[in-house]
Design a protein around this ligand. Structure first.
Ligand SMILES: Cc1cc2nc3c(=O)[nH]c(=O)nc-3n(C[C@H](O)[C@H](O)[C@H](O)COP(=O)(O)OP(=O)(O)OC[C@H]3O[C@@H](n4cnc5c(N)ncnc54)[C@H](O)[C@@H]3O)c2cc1C
Length: 390
């Protein structure tokens, strides 16, 4: 006969994935008094595919959580100007002070994810890297009751939890195992090639748009700029597969001859990296004993550079639901996420279609800017999360 104690969850929450969505959710829950284990199969401080740009709502969240100064102390440059290049036309915008934030930034993920994980650890989260969740444990009533883990030495362990949160990215294993229903799917996506360059002048974010192409220059840590070029995913293989560097330079030139010339004065650090695309999804994000956050539940094409910002927003929304505990609260989490995300999702899909004229892309950016303002006001108005013991 099994000891009744075995049925007690060892943790209130197990979070799978220790990056933007997972580490911030784990941190918020632990700060509120929950006993949290967070696991990730990758190493602490490891890199991940990203072009790094954080928008205002994301910076607001880091500031509210007391992590912004720590992030900036890693050498992340503040971004105070943004320029949109539409063919020959350039529109320059200064970042206005709003909601206590007067700059944006684009931290390397090695810096950002480490600051988030450190914040989680300081809040009391038990963090284990190099540990893979191989499967979920289900109760007789099909409720998720825990996770099966495998550590770097191949040792298996089963851990019971009150709730398992899948913050395990766009190809979420947790979503697959619980059969989370995808109720909205994008139709288009873009493919990117990007690299880190030295010796470019730091002049804020630059976003380039021309017929069938896009590009960006994004200042990040180490006095490096992340420079990306993008095309519709259908064009990815034809543009880059045979000659990655040639395709990169040609696409930069198609965006802007000036950008192409600037790259001649810069030095590529390391190698170019590619992302061949993936259509967006919005998934059912809660069920008995489980929830999804970040890309696991809601992913959109990276061309609007908004995945991390939305992950921080949803970490906060989900944490409130977990602390509340009622199924109504989880339903509210999903609904609130979807209401705020609808316009982002739609405009991102439109931009990723690469079928716009110059006037249409400007119009899409107007819609995007409006959605960002609404989101920033929403996030700035969040009340502090109450401690469980309060
Ligand atoms: C090319 C590209 C450029 C982008 N540029 C930007 C940008 O400029 N700005 C922006 O805001 N967003 C950008 N994004 C999107 C952004 O990267 C994501 O939205 C964000 O990383 C989502 O964070 P997450 O925590 O949900 O998931 P992820 O960052 O995907 O993290 C998931 C974690 O889960 C772990 N994991 C997965 N499965 C398991 C398992 N079974 N067991 C243990 N661990 C597991 C993984 O190791 C990983 O560390 C970009 C994305 C791409 C692809």
């Amino acid at each position: 006969m099994r000891n009744a104690q075995n049925y007690q969850p060892r943790y209130d929450v197990v979070v799978v994935g220790a990056r933007c969505a997972g580490a911030s959710t784990a941190m918020l829950l632990a700060r509120a008094g929950a006993k949290v284990l967070m696991v990730d199969r990758q190493k602490y401080g490891s890199d991940v595919v990203s072009t790094h740009a954080l928008m205002r709502a994301g910076v607001i969240q880091l500031s509210r959580w007391g992590l912004l100064s720590k992030l900036m102390a890693t050498g992340t440059p503040p971004v105070r100007r943004t320029a949109f290049h539409y063919g020959d036309e350039a529109v320059h915008i200064d970042v206005r002070p709003e909601h206590g934030v007067d700059f944006l930034c684009a931290p390397r993920r090695t810096a950002l994810d480490s600051v988030l994980v450190d914040g989680a650890r300081e809040a009391g989260v038990e963090v284990r890297h190099g540990v893979t969740v191989t499967d979920l444990q289900f109760g007789l009533d099909s409720r998720v009751t825990g996770v099966h883990l495998k550590n770097a030495d191949g040792e298996m362990e089963t851990i019971r939890a009150g709730i398992v949160i899948g913050a395990d990215g766009r190809q979420s294993m947790i979503a697959r195992r619980v059969g989370a229903h995808t109720y909205t799917r994008g139709t288009d996506s873009s493919g990117y090639v990007y690299g880190y360059f030295e010796n470019l002048v730091d002049d804020g974010f630059h976003w380039y748009f021309e017929k069938n192409v896009a590009a960006g220059v994004i200042p990040t840590n180490g006095k490096h700029h992340c420079v990306f070029v993008g095309v519709h995913c259908d064009q990815f293989a034809g543009t880059f597969r045979r000659d990655l560097e040639g395709g990169f330079l040609k696409t930069a030139a198609a965006n802007s001859p000036e950008l192409r010339e600037t790259l001649d004065t810069a030095d590529l650090v390391g190698r170019l990296r590619g992302f061949s695309g993936g259509v967006g999804h919005i998934r059912q994000s809660h069920g008995p004993g489980w929830a999804l956050v970040g890309d696991a539940g809601y992913f959109k094409d990276p061309l609007t550079a908004h995945g991390m910002t939305d992950a921080f927003r949803d970490a906060e929304l989900l944490s409130r639901a977990v602390l509340d505990g009622r199924s109504l609260a989880f339903a509210h989490y999903q609904e609130e996420r979807d209401v705020i995300s609808k316009s982002f999702f739609e405009v991102t899909n439109d931009i990723a279609a690469f079928s716009w004229t110059m006037d249409e892309i400007k119009d899409h950016h107007g819609r995007l800017s409006h959605a960002m303002k609404v989101e920033a006001s929403h996030v700035a108005a969040f009340s502090p999360i109450t401690n469980l013991a309060a």
